[in-house]
Write a protein that binds this ligand. Structure first.
Ligand code: NAD
Length: 476
């Protein structure tokens, strides 16, 4: 790609120092390359967003809603191309990519609706004190930097872009260097819709480009999704500038299976929670807590289900799971298989890379994993499930909460009173009861503890790009 950066309404060549190769992980081969944006180009993008801000924040809520619906429609019109690109670059099976695309479309439509409701949110405030009136005015935070990872590129960017634009912010988006082509669609759509220059800018690059954006003086807010290591650097630069930051970070989430479950149904939920996107999900339920009375029935069925899984190239084969998306991730997961061997963990199935071209690993299940094992405590970001047995509800809650992360959890039980009670006791941002990981745009997304700061989606996602102003008047 010769002009991969979208700055001030124009597609421009990269002037940075990195040449970024874009890979098909099923083959382990590059199929495109691009030059990163330089620090000076990041400056230009932020300056363009600053210049576009006054006019964009003055647009009516209805105009912004029309624009957001335009993004949704145009995503739909690019459906086949976006599906093919994500299958090739992420290695995702078609059914998963279709859900990603529908999720991004739903996000733009949802925030179009919320944008339309914005005028009603600016309302009078009832005061107990006499002689004064007051009103609330919700204003855009300003120029926001958005930095995203590679695992759900279309979706993660939509979760940030749609509420930011709805609120009246202007943005500079930095996609991941692993999947830099997919979010180009958002720039192309901005062009097609005639979005004013500078409202949406896209700069591509690696850590250097990300750091140039997150350290930039010209931002009013930074929203980051990615690893805890980079997240803490991003937070440090937010602290230096004393400006707000949203962090969506990693997880090591639990799935709790009680004795009263239908074991086959529970196996479906467990498998979905660890194999979707080849386990490369912040919300992967990678710690299985299974009650003693069902464990001996459930674990062999789970093993059989994982061994039946068809792993392969989604572009040429019928598959349930594709490869890991990057070679670095493949090495990382293979490294955990080595740690498991060193720690003497009991591997019921998998535990190895697949002997073929590309970056494939087998769905993996370790049982009776000690709570101090690195595989029990660290985010692996692959289809690697660790399990333990528990006897009581209290023990299950205590094991689930014993983590430095707190993103999500799943509770499987036919006793719904118990399931709701357990959900309330779990220290996480989102709990599913008897469900796969269904994420609806109306509900919030984000974690407690080391999984991040702030919430995306729902009205909370919009609030994170708004600043509250009150105007108080003396009536005397
Ligand atoms: P990463 O932290 O390596 O990279 C994320 C983004 O940050 C990329 O665009 C990258 O180029 C950029 N970056 C790298 N170094 C930077 C720096 N010094 N300053 C600024 N930006 C920098 O993460 P990744 O490997 O792309 O993604 C995987 C991680 O993302 C996992 O930990 C996963 O749990 C997390 N994640 C969290 C959520 C969530 O909603 N909580 C969602 C998806 C992924």
């Amino acid at each position: 790609m010769t002009t991969p950066h979208y700055i001030d309404g124009r597609w421009v060549e990269g002037q940075g120092s990195d040449c970024i190769a874009v890979f098909d992980p099923s083959l382990g081969q590059p199929f495109a390359e691009l030059i990163s944006a330089s620090t000076a180009q990041v400056d230009q993008a932020v300056a363009a967003a600053r210049q576009a801000l006054p006019a964009w924040k003055r647009t009516s809520a209805a105009e912004r809603a029309t624009c957001l619906r335009g993004f949704a429609t145009q995503l739909g019109q690019r459906r086949e191309a976006l599906i093919a690109l994500q299958m090739q670059n992420n290695g995702k099976p078609r059914h998963e990519v279709e859900i990603d695309l529908d999720d991004a479309i739903a996000t733009f439509n949802y925030y179009a609706d919320l944008a339309e409701q914005l005028p009603q949110k600016n309302r009078d405030v009832a005061l107990a004190a006499p002689g004064f009136s007051a009103r609330t005015r919700l204003e855009p935070v300003g120029v926001v930097g958005l930095i995203v990872p590679w695992n759900f590129p279309l979706v993660t960017s939509a979760w940030k872009l749609a509420p930011a634009l709805a609120a009246g912010c202007t943005v500079v988006l930095k996609p991941s260097e692993v999947t830099p082509l997919i979010e180009q669609a958002y720039g192309q759509i901005a062009d097609a819709l005639g979005l004013p220059a500078g409202v949406l800018n896209i700069v591509n690059g690696k850590a250097e480009t990300g750091a140039a954006l997150s350290n930039h003086n010209g931002l009013d807010k930074l929203s980051f999704t990615g690893s805890n290591g980079v997240g803490s650097q991003v937070m440090r630069s937010a602290a230096e500038h004393c400006r707000p930051v949203t962090l969506e970070l990693g997880g090591k989430s639990a799935i709790l299976v009680f004795d009263d479950c239908d074991p086959d149904q529970a196996v479906d939920w467990i498998v979905a929670g660890i194999t979707w996107n080849a386990g490369q999900m912040c919300s992967a339920t990678s710690r299985l807590l299974v009650q003693g009375g069902i464990a001996d029935i459930l674990l062999p069925r789970l093993q059989a289900a994982l061994e039946k899984f068809r792993v392969g190239n989604p572009l040429t084969e019928e598959v349930d799971m594709g490869p890991l998306t990057s070679q670095a991730q493949w090495h990382k997961v293979a490294g955990y298989f080595d740690v498991a061997r060193e720690e003497g963990l009991h591997c019921l199935t998998g535990g190895q890379v697949v002997d073929r071209e590309g970056w494939f690993v087998s769905p993996t299940l370790y049982t009776d994993v000690p709570t101090d094992s690195r595989l029990w405590t660290e985010e692996i970001f692959g289809p690697v499930l660790c399990s333990r047995r528990f006897s009581s509800e209290e023990e299950a809650i205590s094991l689930a909460n014993d983590s430095r992360f707190g993103l999500v959890a799943t509770v499987c039980s036919s006793d719904l009173v118990r399931a709701e009670r357990v959900a309330d006791a779990l220290e996480v941002g989102h709990v599913w009861i008897n469900s796969i990981q269904a994420v609806f745009v109306e509900t919030s997304w984000g974690g407690t503890k080391g999984s991040g700061i702030g919430r995306e989606l729902g009205p909370w996602g919009l609030s994170s790009y708004q600043s509250v102003k009150h105007v108080t008047r003396c009536l005397g």
